[in-house]
Design a protein around this ligand. Sequence first.
Ligand code: PMP
Ligand code: GLU
Length: 398
Amino acid sequence: MKVSSRCLAIPGSPTLAINAKAKELKAQGLDVVGFGAGEPDFDTPENIRDAAKEALDQGMTRYTPAYGSPELQKAVCGKFLKDNGIVYKPSQIVISNGAKQSLFNSFMALCEEGDEVLIPGPYWVSYPEIVKMAGGVPVPVMGAPENSFKPTAEEIESKVTDRTRAIILTSPNNPNGYVFSKEELTAIGNLAVKHDFYIVADEIYEFLIYDGEKHVSIASICPEFYDRTITINGVSKAYAMTGWRIGYTASPENVAKAMTNYQSHSTSGPNTIAQYAAVRALESPAEERNRMVKEFEKRKNRICEMINAIPGISCVEPKGAFYVMMKVSDLFGKKCADGEVITDCDSFAKLLLAKNLVAVVPGSGFGTGDYVRLSYAISMETIEKGITRIGEFVAGLE
Ligand code: PMP
Ligand code: GLU
């Protein structure tokens, strides 16, 4: 029996696949170093876990409204005011099962069949697939390699057509950690106003930002941008809550209404207990979060230093998130001791895992085939072990 062409056309997520593969090999007793996981290795802070226990003890085990619990909507409004200087009403907030669902809802609400969505590269693997599932057409826009592929407003404008419906801006960026400055955001926002398209601002990594860089929310810049922006955020990354599955959007009211209608027929509101815990996360003092961010910054410094000390590979230091893109294209054409050849980033990742037990994500899914992505959301000790193995793998190539 056949499955639908709609689903056949969608490949599985390569980031989740590499995580699953690394876990499978570990379960077989192999000492795999996994640089695949885009999730903090920290446990969810204790006060947030306590909130979930309280929710259970208080009998919070029933549905919330499809748009989420009013308490969490209110906490999200408080968060936007405190952290981003933006005023939202609860009716503009929709709570979902992770930022991934928030993105999915956004494009379901925005796209007509054939509408184009600009996706600055390198882009998170799920964006093109989400846009396609919503009937849209992904239009990648790559900047210059020497600018970490971050496109300028001019490069973006060259891809605008009369079918352009939206742009996705991810700052800090997954996979290579670049950050858009206020000036760059203003130039891109002006394009959105001029050509009348929406801005979907994925700010899931807003707090994971280093070396004094500042995060700016595009919706905070001026009312013209606010009126056409859907800001995506969630608790997965900044509060080590990937498994709790809580994300949210802030948008114009009519878009929030459309997303709520859609969500009301697909998943209903997200898990009630997790929503209660997310309120605690958003209202917590910043210390615990800052402690995690400091640790990520140390790891970022160390992983970059180690990679750049290995002849044949290199990386550009990221400014945010917890990933680094490692350039491997200078190794294409080289052979392992048993004669197997590295032809591209996919075969690099495959051979590195098979021979030296290190899992990385090939750059092809992010639109940058000369690279592989490494997550440094793992312990310093594991980072050092993994990069040492990569050094040995590279040194053994002919
Ligand atoms: N946006 C980006 C850029 C991401 O890397 C991720 C990673 N999971 C998400 C959104 C989705 O996060 P979640 O669904 O866990 O909230
Ligand atoms: N966003 C993370 C990553 O890029 C988690 C996995 C996923 O949802 O893709 O690795």
